[in-house]
Design a binder for this molecule. Sequence first.
Ligand code: UDX
Length: 440
Amino acid sequence: MRISVIGCGYLGAVHAASMAKLGHDVVGVDTDPAKVESLAAAEAPFFEPGLPELLRESVGSGRLSFTTDTAEVADAAVHFICVGTPQRKDGYAADLTYVDQAVAALAPHLAPGSLVAGKSTVPVGTARRLAERLAAVQPKASLAWNPEFLREGLAVQDTLHPDRIVYGVPRDGVGGDAERAEALLDEVYAAPLAEGVPKLVTDHATAELVKVAANSFLATKISFINAMAELCEATGADVTALADAIGMDVRIGRKFLNAGLGFGGGCLPKDIRAFMARAGELGADQALSFLAEVDSINMRRRVRMVDLAREVSGGSVVGRRIAVLGAAFKPDSDDVRDSPALNVAAQLQLQGADVVVTDPEANENAGKVWPTLKFADSADEAAQGADVVLLLTEWKQFRDLDPVTFGKRVRSKRILDGRNVLNPQAWRDAGWTYRALGRP
Ligand code: UDX
């Protein structure tokens, strides 16, 4: 099948390479010439495990190419919209500029019978609005919403082995032919991808909501356990043991109950905010008022970590050497968008600390956001002469640090475990003052 993927960021680049892996003839379109050039040379413009290999294979086989010119994909049967929907600068709502621009650029080139399939996370109602616009230009094209649930760091695996496939197809005559939309998507995701994977076919609005509802639930689960961490701190209880115990109830489950510095990244924070903004526009803001609490519990974790650093530094961080392990919003990623780790590092620097950050993959991106921070190539280098060490992103190399040898680097053996991943006893036995969020 000939497929186009409009927008080649985290979502689009992985989707394009994965669809080529399935055997399709794929063209990725992006307005950024530098990104197109890098992808066309089979170089991933960001860190994502498995993507470089996939790009080399697909570009090498000739099944995957990239362009800045939308006219070149006029003969594709399915066009996936994968552009970003960041938070608007003037509030919480999603900025739909890129989605609108992509659809406007594509519409005049659409072949009769082709399908536009949205994958970007959008406010509910967007698909219908776009369908109306497309109908005015190419009434014989259809529009579906086909949300994507990939996680950074596991994006290739999540795309090729999804746990469900959701199609939002036209239901009331707006958006073209529902049966054709479903048949084309089935052809895209034919076996082996779809084998044994549950498929849910629904209307546009439900499909749009599935994505934001899922992300809101995940964010709520994290903030729930972080709220419990606050209670644990107030009572001397241990949130990790609490999470293990409640997680054994299969109705609750242990996943996404890791208390610590909270969530960040390009999805969960902006998605819950955009969802609240959209609910407000729909007159249903009360239904999501709990998400404001989810957001504020999450942001409080960062403040708490800075307070803890000040506390163990004797009341002030001014002039203190602080080593920060981690800058990415999570391990196995170089993404620093809304990163809790980078936010804490920056706050400490603003309060007068001498901060050295190290991240296996994200130093460069972090330096673009906070150029005044110092960066080191390893945990050992960052910890040289440190008064306090903060573990803020749980990369494997940080989880595996040996408290005895690592202790020889620092001036004072004080470690704050922002992700509850170290063994407190092992660190205390090696002479460290160990503190964590939600653990005694
Ligand atoms: C998320 C969703 O998981 C994915 O389905 C959706 O498509 C995009 O948004 P992603 O942002 O890549 O994916 O990361 P995820 O693994 O969900 O982690 C998000 C944040 O939550 C990270 O900052 C992580 O450190 C934090 N987190 C996660 C916790 O603090 N505790 C947990 O138990 C789990």
